[in-house]
Design a protein around this ligand. Structure first.
Ligand code: DGJ
Length: 304
């Protein structure tokens, strides 16, 4: 699979799973993402967007051959008040497994076409391939929320990372034990640093975040930050990208870090705002040296 381009599924159809993530469950990898498989719609305020189609899911055993499992959380054209109405914005879906109830919980950025609703949506399913049922949407703890991710710690406690305060500050909000709500405990990180597109990982007791700057669909410099606790003292360290186009994140933007064995991988979106459905993907291995986190460009990702 050529990094930076759109990839095809096992039927030769372009994969529509942008702003996505990969979850491993019982030996199967599930790739969830935004289905943007339609021409751009006109947008209020000049934001390029595609009418909401829903969240797609693809499955694979080798991270190379992807089978389309369908749209697992679909738009609701008949309900203009729903956060899933086609006129809205549904971005950056992230799914975690809730072991005690054997259910899958999906969080996503729920917004309007001018990004002023700044909310999240939560949906659940008893199967990784859906269908997911919307259980709530809200502003987390009453705070605005745009780009977001979910991180599940080794103790099973999960957190929502969300760009807040008009994207100035990355808020970290703890989920309830059932993962479908927030328990109220939250704290800011990267205060007034204007970071978005968060992706989180844990290595040797240190938590890492990779984020982008806030330049709409245009690429910018990624930065990683570290902390000894999820809700803790996060410090921005450096740009993890190396080599040509490192200061543009290889013309991509972070969306998720998944790990296979001990190897973490960063997923990138390569946005094409003039025709969002043609936006590409990359998966790049993350390495660590004495100097810290490094991400080099690789022309291809061919699975495991
Ligand atoms: C940057 C975000 O990272 C994307 O998910 C999307 O919300 C665009 N901004 C919209 O301009």
């Amino acid at each position: 699979m050529k990094n930076g381009t759109i990839w095809n599924d096992d039927e030769g159809t372009p994969i529509q799973a942008h702003g996505g993530m990969i979850l491993e469950h019982d030996g199967v990898y599930y790739w969830y993402g935004e289905n943007k498989g339609a021409p751009n719609a006109s947008a209020d305020g000049g934001w390029a967007r595609v009418d909401v189609i829903g969240i797609s899911c693809y499955s694979s055993r080798n991270l190379r051959d992807w089978h389309h499992e369908g749209v697992v959380l679909a738009a609701t054209p008949d309900d203009p008040k729903s956060v899933l109405h086609p006129s809205r914005v549904v971005e950056r879906p992230k799914v975690i497994y809730h072991q005690p109830t054997r259910s899958f919980v999906l969080w996503f950025h729920a917004d309007n076409s001018t990004y002023t609703a700044a909310s999240v949506g939560v949906a659940v399913s008893d199967s990784p391939t859906g269908p997911f049922k919307l259980v709530r949407s809200m502003r987390p703890n009453g705070i605005d929320s745009r780009d977001m991710t979910i991180f599940k710690d080794t103790d099973g406690v999960a957190y929502l990372f969300h760009s807040s305060d008009w994207n100035r500050t990355m808020m970290i909000s703890r989920l309830t034990d059932d993962y479908t709500n927030l328990d109220g405990f939250h704290a800011p990180s990267l205060i007034a640093q204007s970071r978005e597109a968060p992706a989180i990982m844990l290595r040797n007791g240190t938590y890492y975040s990779v984020t982008s700057g806030c330049t709409g669909w245009d690429p910018n410099v990624a930065l990683y930050a570290t902390s000894s606790a999820v809700i803790g003292h996060w410090r921005l360290i450096d740009n993890p990208c190396t080599g040509p186009h490192a200061r543009k994140t290889f013309y991509g933007q972070s969306t998720y870090i998944f790990t296979v064995g001990d190897q973490p991988y960063l997923m990138l979106d390569h946005w094409k705002p003039k025709n969002l459905q043609t936006s590409g993907y990359s998966i790049l291995p993350i390495t660590f040296t004495d100097d810290g986190m490094e991400i080099a460009w690789h022309d291809e990702f061919n699975g495991i």
